[in-house]
Design a protein. Structure first.
Length: 216
């Protein structure tokens, strides 16, 4: 460069990187979480309102076996949906991808499992699909703001604690580490453990929530 010009060296990304590339990983995680949450919640709600869940509760099956069975059953479709969303975002929409697609897929699947278990949990407290939709402003919207998509450096201290207790907070950071920064497993395993912890917690709460249903 000539005298007076600044030499710019990019630690992550390049001069061709746009806003879509930086926010893309967050949007990928958000849509994966959103669609799985809604579909799983409404599907499990219909299982309950149609009487299928009541029949299972009257069987010799234990409550944890019912919960695990539903999670595994819905989980197959969740894995397919998460894989399709990740593949489409990266290879069709052309999101920036510096790391391994396998890690992106692992993060998306773990986030989707968290959304699945949370959706089935909250469906136990809804009487119809409309009430399930009403959980969106309470559960989904706050995670959208605290996922890193919006700069919250000036947010009030009494709200700053909300980010670390939301699954999307950890998934978005892990996706950025892989897709934007090109890191590997060492950078994301902590966030993956947090997502696994959320899933385990929601499964446990699902088992407790089944106790509110009367077995015939």
């Amino acid at each position: 460069p000539s005298q007076g010009d600044l030499a710019v060296d990019y630690l992550h990304g390049s001069e061709d990187m746009g806003q879509f590339d930086y926010f893309g990983p967050v949007l990928l995680g958000f849509f994966a979480f959103f669609f799985v949450f809604i579909i799983s919640g409404i599907s499990f709600l219909r299982e309950r309102t149609s009487g299928t869940l009541e029949k299972l509760l009257s069987s010799p099956l234990r409550k944890w076996e019912i919960v695990v069975g539903y999670v595994l059953g819905f989980g197959l479709f969740t894995m397919l949906q998460a894989t399709l969303i990740a593949w489409y975002a990266i290879y069709v929409l052309g999101m920036l991808m510096e790391g391994s697609f396998i890690y992106v897929l692992m993060i998306t699947l773990m986030l989707s499992m968290t959304a699945l278990t949370l959706g089935t949990l909250l469906s136990a407290f809804a009487n119809n699909e409309f009430q399930m939709i009403q959980f969106i402003p309470i559960i989904i919207v706050p995670q959208f703001f605290f996922s890193g998509l919006i700069n919250l450096d000036t947010i009030s201290d009494w709200l700053s604690w909300l980010g670390p207790i939301t699954p999307l907070y950890y998934a978005a950071e892990a996706l950025r580490d892989i897709m934007v920064r090109g890191y590997g497993w060492d950078a994301i395993y902590g966030n993956m453990l947090m997502l696994a912890g959320f899933s385990a917690l929601f499964i446990f709460l699902n088992i407790l929530a089944l106790r509110k249903h009367r077995a015939v």
